[in-house]
Design a protein around this ligand. Sequence first.
Ligand SMILES: Cc1ncc(C[n+]2csc(CCOP(=O)(O)OP(=O)(O)O)c2C)c(N)n1
Length: 750
Amino acid sequence: MSHPAAGRDAAEQHFADSILKLRASAPQSSFSGGGFPGAIRADSALTGDRCLELFDAQLASRHLDLAARWLREQRAGFYTIGSSGHEGNAAVAAALRGDDPALLHYRSGAFYLARAAAASPPRDGVRDILLGLVAAEAEPIAGGRHKVIGHVDLHIIPQTSTIASHLPRAVGLAFALGRAARLGTASRWPADAVVVASIGDASINHSTAAGALNTAGYCAYQRLPLPLVIVCEDNGLGISVRTPPGWVAAAARARPGITYFHADGSDLADVYDTALAAAAWARYRRSPAFLHLSMVRLGGHAGSDAEAGYRDPAELTADMAADPLVGTARLLVEAGILTPAEVLDRYERGRARVLEMAAELAGAPRLTTAAQVMAPLAPRQPDAVWAGAILAASEDKRRAAFGGKLPELVGPLTLAQSINATLTDALAARPEMLVFGEDVARKGGVYGVTRGLLARFGAGRVFDTLLDEQAILGLALGSGLAGLLPVPEIQYLAYLHNAADQIRGEAATLSFFSQGQFRNPLVVRIAGYGYQEGFGGHFHNDDSVTALRDIPGLIIASPARPDDAAAMLRTCLAAAAADGSVCVFLEPIALYHARDLYRSTDGGWRAPYGPPDQWAAGHVPVGRARTHGTGTDLTIMTFGNGLRLSMRAAARLAMEGVSCRVLDLRWLAPLPAEDILREARATGRVLIADETRRTGGVSEGVLAVLADDRFGGWVRRVTSEDSFVPLGDAADAVLLSQRQIEDAGRALMG
Ligand SMILES: Cc1ncc(C[n+]2csc(CCOP(=O)(O)OP(=O)(O)O)c2C)c(N)n1
């Protein structure tokens, strides 16, 4: 291992040269016994003391970037995206309160260090960041799973690498803080907190950022409280692509409802004063502020980036002249707080400290087993989930919520009615629960599933959102973080896909990257699947669950029958509340209003709604299937619409002397492996009836369960085609049919 102090790069040399050129003024007049309480500059609220503290954070952040590169050379570090040039964000940290939740850009080293140093008791942020660089198990937030900027005590929520993906959540959190307080929900953050979220200049062009800014403005426009500061750290580049000069200001100023602030990122006093103004705007007006900081990027995008290939030398030199470290040194020297020699001495001492610690931590223990890595992915406490699933409001409250007509007394319910009753019961029992989405409130949902909830629980808990799935999920992620229990609705499965990263990259990773210290309790209801008799074509008959099935830790519930739906929804809500689980609740549209199973008027697809004293007996644990029938010749494995088709097919086959049992998987993740294997062995013949596509569909997962366990019996599968679902009768040509199930059953018996 080479000595860490070896080698200084051009920026370091430039820094030293610039400092030596500074002209020291007389010592500051307000100097008092080792402190500098006076303003660092006549027009600024930044004191000399604060400036010195922040300067130390800035210096340490710079040295951490150098240490990251050194660690990489030693093959001991795994991350070199640095904060050099962005160290002015230390003053943003100083302008906010230590308990204002922060969701930060990856160049926020100095912000982190400044907040850590100001915490009580202070934290050694340098150590935290170094542990992140070497992927050490002891790193306090991600525990060696990623180099993220975050700490639960510092109220910094770790972000993924997907630029801008944290903004919808930030908007959601700002939206939820006041709401949580009004609903009396315990939250980590006080009701007067301000959410701060930072991004780069290229990132503001991302549709996720554009959507989040739009949502923030949309809320502010309606005077909904949204205490949010969005910081755009504008270095003029997105890796190698230039942001047109003036674009960030033009784009941000044009946003209705969002107030624009600008500061020179290399001038710490300017950043501090402007950030104070932006934070005050957000805190007291409860309205979003956009804080635009002009910055430079020093040292390339990351350690591996040879920026000389796309930037000319004059540009690189100009950036060095705007080095924020030189800017702060100038403030301190001109205020008479430090001499140039003292600045350089401070720099060198900081460098030695960081590099020594880097050498010490280079070999820190890392995660070694899959079990260690995966531990925070999906914590499951079945007993707590059971207890939560039987939680009911008092009899009086229930009566009031149901307008006197308790659902257990009104006779059998359809799937839609059953979900509606379950949501009503849950809203009555869980004051922290919210229901929202497009058309869910006034209209009561496209299919009436949320009908009446607004009238029963009010607009504080049941509300219509703007038409943006990404924003809906962002509101949910922020609400969950704030202590609420969000139950957003995505109107159709096909419309999840443009926003799926909010589930995949954000919701599902939060526990992983924070070792469960931050959680995302969430139950997303999604109406989906096909069989709407040709109505609506692909976008209303989408059956692509594959994009969800591979998300680690995600729970996917797929109820088909009204009684299962009620119990499974209660399980999902309890899992979200108890374990912070991220749950997707897939509702088959075609079965919402189905009443019959075999013959018209047989009522076979409706079911009575169990009163609370029956919920314990009817509890459905996550990942447990349900078997219909006791046939001994053939096991049909299915889910969703496939259950109804398969039960009908089974009745036909029974008339031909083939006795079937039908296994409703009920959960697509985790798949009910134990039940699949048991029911496969019960007959020795398995027919998988899968309404999703043949390629990548659910049947592949079921086959894998059987193959992994060396199931030796007969297996066959029937699925929908690898096609989008067309309009009209042509839909039947590509969707799995009852006839196909029957034929396959006969073939298996043959
Ligand atoms: C959604 C997404 N697309 C692409 C990338 C790859 N990527 C990482 S950083 C980056 C540039 C971001 O530039 P900017 O927002 O200006 O931030 P800066 O790095 O300049 O601070 C890109 C394209 C990504 N992380 N996420």
